[in-house]
Design a binder for this molecule. Sequence first.
Ligand SMILES: NC(=O)CC[C@H](N)C(=O)O
Length: 374
Amino acid sequence: MLVLEDGRTFRGRSYGAVGRTVGEVVFATGTTGYQETLTDPSYHRQVVVMTAPHVGNTGVNGEDDESSRIWVAGFVVRDPAPRSSSWRATGELEDRLELEGVVGICDVDTRALTRHLRERGTMRAGIVSGAEAARPEDELRAEVVRHPAMAGSALAGEVTTSEPYVVRAHGDPIGRVAAVDLGIKGTTPRRLAERGLEVHVLPASSTFADVQAVRPDAVFLSNGPGDPATAEHQVALLRQVLDARIPFFGICFGNQILGRALGLGTYKLRYGHRGINQPVMDLSTGKVEITAQNHGFAVDAPIGEELRTPYGRARVSHVGLNDQVVEGLECLDVPAFSVQYHPEAAAGPHDAAYLFDRFVALIRDTQTGKDGAR
Ligand SMILES: NC(=O)CC[C@H](N)C(=O)O
């Protein structure tokens, strides 16, 4: 049984591990990419509902993980494939869910559930199976309501690397990036390394001194779980980076932290953006890109006007075309920009890959003394 915070319940069959789990229930609309979703640390403490009706068709493989484990707190699907079919598959999805202790539920009317979440917003929910499912509904719902809400949760410390590590540049390095891991997806350092950057991945608790110790040409703040309103430490760190005029790029959580460092607020979206076909306009070119997204919070900023910030002029650079949500920020007087969506595109379309090239150009401009000349 799936028990929502507001009292609605859905019955289905056990999928993956049998037992009990609680988290924030969110829906993801990607028709492909469930392996990337499951292993994306940004989904820590979330029960993910797949709106695609068939899940597991291509099994699991040794290439698509975004981290070393599954992070979702629970998994809700309509119709799991009983047997996978893919030349890349090394196993079945359900076996992996079971192995990693991920409690899931299938045979759920995921369309009805998604419509409910669109109307009421994301909320806490629990999945119970086996002996647990025989317990009274009231008691289960009380447990769901006792679970901490996503708003106000600081979670980066629970998913970050404990030790720094280096991802080597392809070819001769053109620069070094200090990448603070708030829940980083594995594809991101690879995309930077492919462009000649040597990536030093640092724990979320890193100080400005830790960042400087790497002697970086640029700093990157990653995606990650939790409420950006709790990221005081990283906001303070980024302010020091901006003061030092070190080129900066942020993705998702990193975009929210840049917003906060500039003095903007963040807020919780009703049901968030999670999928791989979200249209976004780059306001500097007017081009629309189809993007991969996974966020529940957003930056609160006026679109189309120049912002006055403690770091000079800034502006909203990208906007989501479904709902006009801020999807990117750009500073005009310090070398810093960020996007709310996922140019690493895992899974997802590669339309936004140019942003990594923009980051490289920003680093090169700074190296040659041209920074800030935009
Ligand atoms: N993928 C992310 O970085 C998500 C950022 C933040 N946790 C949010 O939900 O909005």
